[in-house]
Design a binder for this molecule. Sequence first.
Ligand SMILES: [Zn+2]
Length: 269
Amino acid sequence: MEEQISISLKPIGVVKSGVANPEDVPLMGKSAVVEVFPEYSPALLRIEENSHLWLLLWFHQSNRKVLTTVPRKINPQLPEFGVFGLRSPNRPNPIALTLVHLDAVEGNRLTVSGLDAVDGTPVLDIKSYYEGDIIFSPKTPYIWALDPVMRRNIMFEEAIAHHQEACVGLYLAVRMGLVADKLLGQLNTPDLKVTVIGSPCLADTLQGITRARLAHPARFIFREDDNMSRSIWEKPGRRLTITARQEPDMETFTELADDILFKIQLEQL
Ligand SMILES: [Zn+2]
């Protein structure tokens, strides 16, 4: 029989997020402060040279008996998954892994955004995020949000994480992605091919949303065009063409109906 070792961990800091209840933490996280305890200050030397950090937290309010669960917060209709294939807070060792943006460093206080933890969450470790951590097109389970607003928010966050600015191209790309997701299903699968005709911003954001590479497999084609914004989505047996009728801005992005914003054609091949 394997010898069971026990591990003793001492928090190196604490989260100050202003949120008390785990239910109230936004899915995509929020702005918060990580207060590192004074005895660990030297470990923060030159931390400001990082734009992003991995935080390892201890979700002290979690249920450690849970081994399988449904990601209910996203969609109660999803099937059950084992917690080792999910980011569920409930798990035998409730260690949370969170990627945050480092906004500011003042002494022992790190202001970060994208943190999904309640006030008082113990911080176990802080690590730098490197280019080598990026897998551009991972294979992931299709965990889709039931609520269309949540779906839009999730896709918007993915788009911003990739393209790094909210611009017309990004607004169009997110809305096109939502239409394609609704009509064709999962977007980051090897059998989906995407052709983009339009601005580099539209193409870049659509590549970020679909994780479609130019080769191996060849899933992405881009042709720059100043006068048109169009995306063509192909899955076996189906082709979806979405052409913009107008350019949305920050407000109209959420308001315009699909058929006002786009001409949408779905063909069976
Ligand atoms: Zn842009």
